[in-house]
Design a protein around this ligand. Structure first.
Ligand code: F6P
Length: 541
């Protein structure tokens, strides 16, 4: 069944939130902390290895009650059930959005009358056997040598999730070197090739559709490069594919044994739990891949069952709606205090912005409110020396998620304490600011300098403190954000699981490529015409 369509701005809760916002807009968080010694007790959630402290937000108990009332009024409970049950909530593509099935402990889940769990288990079995044979060295390349390098060829959801997870789980990795080739930029492939030996390199072509220009072009060039050393029949040893499009994969020349199927009910940006995560399993071993799935599954259970007031994803989503739709914040920053998570922000950019960057509601009418937020970020403490100036003293209000870990992986406690002291200090500084009298008390005597050294504070942050970065906690963290995205899409009454906006640029690129190749120009706007001519003239000089 489809999701229930409700314009959020028409709900009683939204109207009350609007009135309440007028009161809350300029309320000082510091005052709220001073007036309520129990504030942090009210606004935190402890779940497994996760602690979410959301007390440093511009909310009070009434705000939370109203946001929770909005979730009720919008019928979030019903939407969550449909999401986990495999209803075709991706209505514009007539599909379920069932990435949660890839990590479920359920034994049966029907999609179009078929139990998909059996198929999932069969593909997982294939991933397990395959990864074990590559890691152990029993599966060999065409000259009898074990594989040393794995190249994931894919883009968007077929690249960002695996790349992020492989980077995040580096501590757990084995001897295999992982490479990710995504960009259609030929320099990207050329640079990567320099590091590869065809005898010991395994290529995974990951493309749900197997029609994506970037992936097919890169795979073709890499196959050509491989064939300079190997024979045609050796391709079977070195190329495998992950796709729903078995016909195209076979046409490309990949043996049917080397195809890892996926399903149209898994969206690309939510697919790292499927065979799209083959590179993750190769990098850290199947057991760790299973732990990643397990961590995600635990978060799924929390999201499905916890009351909304104790539900991490629901609370994060509601806070985000509060800032996006009432304070008018356009962006959110994600700041993990772990270098391992340096690819988290790019990963979330696709997950969040491709999902919720929509301008029409589920009836196809333009929305009269803001939807998808802009996501950005970098690991701390680097970020502090890059863009934090603007968060602290700029004119924009930027809610931030701070993600930190209690235990470091390499046991360097002294370093970790320094890292974490920065982590705690930043959210405190963003909360407290620095008043004029504090600046003077610090000995600044030149009055002119005071406004430059003053911080207004009152900047909202969520602190997510996790015990340790493990495959399980990474799985939970990513699932947490997936569900946050889902909740926001439900509240905004949009379809979060299609991505038609990406298609138009692809179509135009094909037309332009044809013009460049044939020299037959087609009508364009005058700027594009001018640019194309300039490009072609210099190229042919
Ligand atoms: O960028 C658009 C998109 O369709 C993404 O949604 C998807 O993850 C990516 O392209 C790659 O698609 P495919 O896996 O089909 O090659």
């Amino acid at each position: 069944m489809a999701l229930i369509n409700t314009n959020p701005t028409g709900t009683a809760a939204w109207k009350k939130l609007r009135e309440h916002f007028a009161f809350m807009e300029n309320v000082s968080m510091c005052d709220m902390f001073s007036n309520d010694p129990d504030r942090v007790q009210k606004f935190h959630i402890i779940w497994g290895d996760f602690l979410l402290d959301y007390s440093k937000n511009r909310i009070n108990s009434e705000t939370l009650d109203l946001l929770l009332a909005l979730a009720e009024e919008i019928n979030l409970k019903d939407a969550i059930q449909k999401y986990f049950f495999g209803d075709k909530i991706n209505a514009t593509e007539n599909r379920a959005a069932l990435h949660t099935a890839l990590r479920t402990s359920q034994k049966s889940l029907l999609v179009d009358g078929k139990n998909v769990i059996r198929e999932i288990e069969s593909v997982q079995g294939k991933i397990k056997l395959f990864t074990e044979s590559v890691i152990s060295g029993s599966r060999k390349g065409f000259t009898g040598k074990a594989f040393t390098d794995i190249v994931n060829i894919g883009i968007g959801g077929s690249d960002l999730g695996p790349d992020m997870a492989v980077e995040a789980l580096q501590f757990y990795k084995n001897h295999l070197n992982l490479h990710f080739i995504s960009n259609i930029d030929g320099d990207h492939v050329a640079e990567s090739i320099k590091k590869l030996n065809p005898e010991t390199t395994l290529f995974i072509v990951v493309s749900k559709t197997f029609t994506t220009q970037e992936t097919i072009s890169n795979a073709t060039i890499l196959k050509k490069w491989f064939l300079q050393s190997g024979e045609k029949e050796d391709v079977a040893k070195h190329f495998v594919a992950v796709s729903t499009n078995i016909k195209e994969v076979t046409q490309f020349g990949i043996a049917s044994d080397n195809i890892f199927p996926m399903w149209d009910w898994v969206g690309g940006r939510f697919s790292m739990w499927s065979a799209v995560g083959l590179s993750i399993a190769l990098s850290v071993g199947y057991e760790n891949f299973e732990k990643l799935l397990d961590g995600a599954q635990q978060m799924d259970a929390h999201f499905e069952n916890a009351p909304f007031e104790d539900n991490i994803s629901v609370i994060l989503a509601l806070l985000s709606v509060w800032y996006n739709n009432f304070f008018g914040c356009e962006t959110e920053a994600v700041i993990p205090y772990s270098q391992y998570l340096k690819k988290l922000a790019p990963y979330l950019q696709q997950a969040v912005m491709e999902s919720n960057g929509k301008r029409v509601d589920r009836d196809g009418n333009p929305v009269n409110y803001q939807t998808g937020n802009i996501i950005w970020g970098e690991p701390g403490s680097n970020a502090q020396h890059a863009f934090f100036q603007l968060i602290h003293q700029g004119t924009k209000l930027i809610p931030c998620d701070f993600i930190g870990f209690i235990e470091p992986l390499h046991g360097n406690k002294a370093h970790h304490d320094k890292l974490m002291s920065n982590f705690f200090a930043q959210t405190e500084a963003l909360l407290l600011g620095k008043r004029e009298e504090d600046v003077i008390a610090e000995g600044v005597q030149n009055e002119f300098l005071i406004p430059f050294k003053e911080f207004k504070g009152n900047k909202p942050t969520n602190t997510l403190l996790i015990h340790k970065l493990t495959p399980e906690t990474l799985g939970s963290l990513i699932a947490m954000y997936e569900h946050k995205i889902f909740v926001q899409g439900v509240i905004w009454n949009i379809f979060s699981f299609d991505q038609f906006g990406v298609e138009y640029g692809k179509q135009l690129a094909n037309t332009i490529l044809d013009e460049i190749n044939t020299g037959n120009s087609k009508p364009h706007d005058s700027s594009t015409e001018f640019l194309l001519k300039f490009y072609s003239d210099i190229k042919t000089e």
